[in-house]
Design a protein around this ligand. Structure first.
Ligand code: ADP
Length: 251
C-alpha cells in the first residue's frame, strides 16, 4: 500500500478507534447509592451492577475486609466499625482512590456507601475527572426510621459469599443456610441495636449537606419503604433502562 494511503488508512483507523472510545466513554455510567443504613443500598446496587454490567464497589465491604487484618490500620478500623462511627475521610478516600486507579473501570461503576461526606464527594469529583468518567447519577433511597430498624434487626448475611437475606422480607429457602453455597447466615457485628442507632445518627449528621451538594446533579429520590422489586422498577426508570433480570434472580 502506497505511503499516503497507509497514512490515510491509519488516520481513518485512528479516528474510528477514537470515535468508538468516545462513544464507550459516553456510555459509561457512574451511579451513587445514597441512603441510611438498611435502606437497601447493597441489595439494589448488586442488582443494578448485573443489569448494567458494571462493577459495584461497597466501601463498607472493603472496610470490613481491611478490619480483619492484623495491622495497626486493621485494629483502628475494628474499633471504629464497632461503634458505628464513620471512618475518617482521608482513609476512605485513599482506599477508594487506590482501588479505582488500579481497576480503571472504563464503563463506569456503582458506588455503594461512598461518598458519605461533602469532602468525600469533592474527592470523588476530581477522581472521576481524572479517570475520564462522567458526572454521577445519584440515587437517594429514602426510608422511615421504623422501617430501618425492622430491616437491620432481621438482616442476615452469608459468612462465605456475603449474600444478604432478611428474616422477614427475604428469608433463605434453606433456613439458616445460604441458598447459593450453604454458608451459615450470620448477623453483622454492627447490626446490634446500639450500633444501629449510632450509624443512623452519623447518617443524619452528614447526609443533609451531601444531598444538598448533589441537588443540582442528576439526583433521584426513591422511596425505599417498599417491596424490593417495586424499588428496582423505579430505579430503572430513573436510570432509563428496561429490566433484563428480576431482582430475585440476581440476589
Ligand atoms: P451501612 O450503610 O448499612 O451503614 P456499610 O456496609 O455501607 O453499611 O458501612 C458500614 C460501616 O463502614 C459504616 O458504619 C462506617 O463505619 C464505615 N463506612 C462505610 N463507608 C464509609 C464512608 N464512605 N465513609 C466513612 N465510613 C464509611
Amino acid at each position: 500500500m502506497p505511503l499516503e494511503l497507509q497514512t490515510e488508512f491509519r488516520c481513518t483507523e485512528m479516528a474510528m478507534l477514537t470515535a468508538n472510545h468516545l462513544s464507550d466513554q459516553s456510555r459509561a455510567r457512574v451511579i451513587l447509592m445514597l441512603g441510611a443504613p438498611g435502606s437497601g443500598k447493597g441489595t439494589q446496587s448488586s442488582w443494578l451492577s448485573k443489569q448494567f454490567g458494571i462493577p459495584r464497589l461497597s466501601t463498607g465491604e472493603i472496610l470490613r475486609t481491611e478490619a480483619k487484618r492484623n495491622t495497626p490500620a486493621g485494629f483502628r478500623l475494628r474499633q471504629i466499625l464497632a461503634t458505628g462511627a464513620l471512618v475518617d475521610d482521608d482513609m476512605v478516600c485513599a482506599v477508594v482512590g487506590a482501588r479505582l486507579q488500579r481497576e480503571k473501570p472504563e464503563n463506569g461503576l456503582i458506588l455503594d456507601g461512598f461518598p458519605r461526606t461533602v469532602q468525600q464527594a469533592c474527592f470523588l469529583d476530581s477522581l472521576l475527572a481524572d479517570l475520564g468518567l462522567p458526572r454521577p447519577t445519584v440515587i437517594d433511597l429514602e426510608i422511615s426510621k421504623e422501617g430501618l430498624l425492622r430491616r437491620l434487626a432481621g438482616r442476615r448475611q452469608c459468612a462465605v459469599c456475603g449474600s444478604v437475606y432478611n428474616l422477614i422480607s427475604r428469608p433463605s429457602r434453606r433456613g439458616s443456610r445460604c441458598e447459593t453455597d450453604g454458608g451459615a447466615l450470620v448477623q453483622r457485628d454492627d447490626d446490634t441495636e446500639g450500633v444501629i442507632l449510632h450509624r443512623m445518627e452519623e447518617y443524619e449528621a452528614f447526609s443533609a449537606p451531601l444531598i444538598d451538594y448533589y441537588k443540582t446533579a442528576n439526583y433521584h429520590r426513591v422511596t425505599a419503604d417498599r417491596d424490593v422489586n417495586a424499588i428496582a422498577k423505579d430505579l430503572l426508570s430513573a436510570l432509563s433502562m428496561p429490566a433484563r433480570f428480576t431482582l430475585s434472580s440476581a440476589a
